[in-house]
Ligand binder design. Sequence first.
Ligand code: NAD
Ligand code: TYD
Length: 359
Amino acid sequence: MLTNSSPILVTGGAGFIGSHFVLDWFTHVGTPLVNLDKLTYAGNLRNLESIANRPDYTFVRGDICDRELIDRLLVEHQPRAIVHLAAESHVDRSLVGPQDFLTTNVQGTFTLLEATRHWLATLPEAERAEFRFLHVSTDEVYGSLKPGDAPFEEAFAFRPNSPYAASKAASDLLVRAWVKSYGFPAIVTNCSNNYGPLQFPEKLLPLILDRAVKGQPLPIYGDGMQVRDWLYVTDHASALRAALELGKIGETYNIGGWNEQANLDTVRLLCELLDEFLPDSPHKPHAQLMTFVTDRLGHDRRYAINATKAERELGWRPKETFATGLRKTVRWYLDNRAWVEEVTSGAYREWMETNYGNR
Ligand code: NAD
Ligand code: TYD
């Protein structure tokens, strides 16, 4: 029997945004939650230690491509919603090896949609009407903006430029088709770049912080004038909660920070904060470590989100500014060196060699 106190099923809840979403859920909602995660290199159960022993929390290690597993979880837990975050998420990795992106992001989303559609068909109409599938996606599906272009709106055409963006766009289109063809109760969010604690140090901010603390060169792709619209990760978590509760079936909501920054400026700000927080560092001024390296293939020049619809229809706006969010982020990475050391041992070293060795 689906009710408001039925569990929600989260995919990818051990990743960066997923773990913030899970923590946010127990702070603000507190109904049961099942977390399905494959625990790839990007998944880390340490992120969830504070809630791991709650009786209303269940962790399942598994793959979203595993239809039998999904079928079983749906029957067993009777979730009132699925919040689908599981994905391969790093553009540079998608350039080196796109297969996993196609498998997880496209095939995995398809598997979830089909399993859920068939399970929903077994429910009475009244219960089915309560169910929602929240598909979490990225602004990268819209491609790249020129300097004067208007920020991405929900109706913009998809023009993905990386294998990652293409795989996410494909999954968004599958969701759209399931809504139109089968009346599938899905809502889609497309969010800009997230930053904050618990982000794997392959992405720009944690990578720069880790290397700067160690006095290593800080790799700036190309001329460093690419623009990203940064959102503090807890603001994304609250947006997803709002979309789940207030979003309309078949609608897309763009989520962003109203915060466009050129990469060079972002890295400079991080270096200034490190100079302030580590006054005795031998690597001061940290900005001297900035090093221009060969650009990323097909590098998108600018992303920017128009989040007016989310504000109007979901009552959502980001709480953190870039200044407050960056301070919290730098503080967290300095206070959690053990977390960084743990996730950057082993396979991480191979990735650094693959991506940066010949740049
Ligand atoms: P992440 O890479 O940190 O985490 C992904 C999680 O998914 C990991 O815990 C991983 O173990 C899990 N996973 C991967 N493949 C799986 C599979 N086949 N089955 C089950 N679990 C699997 O990613 P993130 O940055 O937290 O992003 C989460 C979602 O948000 C993704 O869908 C991403 O496209 C989207 N998104 C990310 C950003 C961003 O800036 N990071 C911005 C907008 C949207
Ligand atoms: P990233 O964090 O990988 O996010 P995305 O590619 O999804 O936007 O990169 C953010 C920006 O920083 C992007 O323009 C690429 C750039 N970048 C660098 O200049 N150097 C690096 O080492 C990395 C990882 C990214």
